[in-house]
Each structure stands twice: as C-alpha cells, then as structure tokens.
Design a protein around this ligand. Structure first.
Ligand SMILES: [Zn+2]
Length: 333
C-alpha cells in the first residue's frame, strides 16, 4: 500500500495525520485553516470523506466526526478516510449558518479560486477533499429552532446511492432533487457519491441523531470494505422510503402545543398540534394533510400564521411515487 499525498504531506500506509489546509488570513492577522484528519489504511480500498459544519450553526457534525475517528474499527482500516469536522469555521465561530459575506456555502459549490470568500472556501473543500474521494457523507441538522428525525437524503434514481443509504440504515431515506450550487449537485457532476445526513437541531447536540450518524457511517464503511465490523441494525428494522415531503404550516398565530413527535406516523386529517391564544380562550387544531411520517418539526412554540410547523414525508407507494419539491437540505422554509 503506497503513501497518500494530501495537502503537501505524505501519509504512510497504516498511519493517520492531521493536515491543515490554508483558507484565509483574518482581519486581525490570524490564520484560518481547515484541518483535515487523514486516516490512511494499511490495505488498499476506497477514499471516503466525512464532513460537518458546511452550515456554520449545524455543529452536531463535529461530534459525529469526532466519535467516528475514535472508533476502534479504524485501527485495521482499508482505504482512506478524509475527516473534516468543520468546513465553515467562519459560521461555526459566529453561531451562524452563513459565511461572513452572508452567502450560503452549500449554494456556492463547486466554487472558484477567484470568487467571493464562500466561493474560495467551496473551491478549496471541493478540489482538495471531495474530488480526492469516491464517496462522501455530509452531516447536517435542521435549521435554528427546528429538529429533524435522522434521515439520509439522496437524489432519485441513483442505485449506488440507494445501496449506500440502505447500508446506513436511517429511520427514513428521502429522495430529493438537487439544488443549484449544492455540494451534492457538484459532486454528482464528478461521479463522487455523496450521502446527505440530516438529524437533530442547529446549535445543539442530539444524542439519538449523533448515534445514528456514527453507526450509519460505520455501516457504510463496512459495505465499502473499509472496516470488517460495524454496529448491527435491530432485527426486522427497515428504513421508511419517501420521495415527497411537505411542511404543514400554522393556520393561525399563537402558542403551539404539539401532540405528535418526530418519527410518528400520521394520517390524513389527524391532529398533530393545537394552537391557542396565550389565555387559552381559543384553540385551532393543526391537521395533517398527508399520510406519512413526521421527519422534522419546529421547537419554538411561538408561531405566526404561515410558519412551517411539521415536516411530513409521504411514505412511498408505487401509485403515488411522484416527485414533489423537497429542499436539498434544511433552510428557512
Ligand atoms: Zn445544513
């Protein structure tokens, strides 16, 4: 097994090393780097990247990457793992989804070496990490004051991605269209197979979503032949499949009391929440418009009319398996 050259460093087979990629010099003359931890296995195999914090406030990816790097299975790994816990350090330090130039990094791919700061960072990550890989898993969470059920989002009709998603074994596999400028869209153009993981809430750690992310990634690494053991799924477990989802919005402003949780199945015309005025004098039910599973919800009980409250994924049935708009990853809906 030969050395792996990365960022000007040579990493010997069977060793691991952190490589600092230079991003920028900050206004106060501090250097901003993107640390990439390279685990280069003793035996040949594929290159997989794992990344967190493309959106700066989706901090959970840091913890998922940290736990994967501590997994004992990596000691006898085949292939190469490129682990980037924090892609967007600017947003991470500011607790903000966005870049300092107010751009969304996940609308800036593949980037350019002569563009805006978002474009420069996208270009660096895309060329130095994504294009070195055959596969990738990008960790996201719901937006601020929202939480997501652990789920993998893949584009429709890609059998390779479906195989990887099934191995990951999340509660829900959602087939969603690609957004312009997204990492997944740019990766597709170069035949890099990227799973998008969603789970938990911005600026929070959600233990169930962290565990689902760590275990799912190890299962994908086992499928790819990179490790020999991975956490098993529970007997009789299968992921729910969906290719269409909609947000249920508040019919009135007021105080929301949820009567259903993420992961719950709901039927058409079933109540999922109650909105009341602060004195409790008037109440309006929030009624599901679909058969499906709740894959995301607001955690903020103060709502205005029209606010997105519950994200319901329709469960795939052959006759209703139609494409509707589902966001590539969560943003303000
Ligand atoms: Zn995100």
């Amino acid at each position: 097994m030969s050395e792996f050259e990365f960022g000007g460093q040579r990493i010997a087979a069977g060793t691991r090393q952190t490589v600092e990629l230079e991003v920028s010099v900050l206004a106060n003359n501090m250097r901003m780097n993107m640390p990439v931890h390279v685990v280069h296995g003793a035996h040949p195999g594929p290159v997989l990247f794992i990344s967190g914090v493309v959106h700066g406030d989706e901090i959970q990816g840091v913890e998922i990457v940290r736990r994967i790097l501590a997994a004992p299975e990596l000691k006898t790994m085949s292939g190469t793992l490129l682990a980037v816990p924090i892609v967007n350090s600017f947003g991470f330090l500011n607790h903000s989804r966005y870049m300092p130039d107010r751009r969304d990094l996940n609308r800036s791919f593949p980037g350019s070496d002569r563009g805006s700061l978002a474009s420069l960072l996208a270009d660096l990550f895309f060329n130095d990490v994504v294009l070195r890989s055959a596969y990738g898993i990008d960790f996201h969470t719901a937006a601020l004051h929202r939480t997501n059920l652990p789920q993998i989002r893949i584009e429709p009709e890609d059998e390779d991605l479906l195989r990887l998603a099934r191995a990951f074994a999340p509660p829900v596999i959602l087939r969603s269209k690609l957004r312009d400028g997204s990492l997944r869209q740019s990766a597709k153009a170069h035949n890099v197979k990227v799973l998008l993981y969603e789970g938990g809430e911005a600026l929070r750690f959600d233990e169930l979503a962290i565990e689902a992310g760590v275990k799912g990634t190890l299962r994908v690494m086992k499928l790819l032949g990179m490790i020999s053991h991975a956490p098993a799924v529970l007997p009789h477990f299968t992921s729910a499949h969906s290719s269409a989802s909609t947000w249920l919005r508040a019919p009135e402003g007021g105080i929301l009391h949820s009567v259903r949780r993420i992961g719950d199945r709901v039927g058409i015309n079933e109540p999922v929440g109650i909105i009341s005025d602060p004195l409790g004098a008037s109440q309006v039910a929030v009624i599901s418009e679909d058969d499906g599973i709740i894959i995301g919800r607001t955690n903020l009980p103060i709502v205005n009319r029209g606010d997105a409250l519950f994200h319901v994924a329709r469960l795939t049935m052959k006759s209703r398996d139609v494409e509707l708009h589902t966001p590539d990853e969560d943003e303000i809906i």
